[in-house]
Design a protein around this ligand. Structure first.
Ligand SMILES: C[S@@+](CC[C@H](N)C(=O)[O-])C[C@H]1O[C@@H](n2cnc3c(N)ncnc32)[C@H](O)[C@@H]1O
Length: 178
């Protein structure tokens, strides 16, 4: 365990992916570890820039960035167009979604959809093993991907299932584990 995270799961994720193709929302402290762990891969750092951050305390920059580490193996494509290839996604903190889906660190659905759209094809399986209020699964379902979500907290699990039930299935396989 380091910086609040058990990195052994990364080996398991590498084991089950056909080719490494992974986005990890993480803290600034964890970034150095990920750059080391994925040193052999093609890596990028994406950021969610929050345009309405809490004012900073003296002697500090604003806490207005969330980091999303991206690693892909050689040969894994990103289907970027000029409009969806910025490494920065800008939006206010999604207070409405936070209240609606009662998760303190909910991610913006349009940003997660952009990542899934750029890095997978229809019918692919998207896995989020820390899925919170289910944003990744919702994005995957809306984009006609299959998805596997895993969430340890029964309350967030229920919120996710309710959220997912609101979207038409289009016949794809879905799985959600608590
Ligand atoms: C940063 S949040 C994910 C937020 C999510 N992206 C969203 O938009 O709602 C991480 C989630 O991982 C869950 N979690 C923590 N440890 C876990 C574990 N061992 N297995 C599954 N889920 C876990 C937490 O309960 C939390 O909801």
């Amino acid at each position: 365990m380091r910086h609040g995270f058990n990195y052994s799961i990364i080996n398991e994720l590498k084991r089950i992916m056909k080719k490494t193709n992974i986005y990890i929302f993480c803290s600034k402290a964890q970034l150095k570890d990920y750059f080391n762990i994925f040193a052999e891969e093609n890596i990028d750092l994406l950021v969610w820039h929050k345009t309405n951050p809490i004012p900073a305390i003296a002697n500090n920059y604003l806490s207005d960035l969330e980091y999303c580490f991206f690693a892909r193996e050689k040969g894994v494509e990103v289907h970027c167009t000029y409009d969806n290839s910025s490494k920065m996604y800008e939006s206010p903190m999604n207070k409405k979604d936070k209240e609606k889906f009662r998760h303190p660190t909910i991610k913006p659905l349009p940003f997660v959809k952009r990542l899934i759209n750029n890095s997978s094809n229809e019918g692919d399986i998207v896995l989020d093993c820390f899925s919170g209020s289910g944003t990744t699964c919702v994005a995957a379902k809306e984009l006609n991907r299959q998805y596997i979500g895993i969430e340890i907290d029964p309350e967030y699990h229920k919120i996710s299932v309710d959220r997912l039930e609101g979207i038409l299935a289009n016949g794809q396989t879905s799985m959600f584990i608590s």
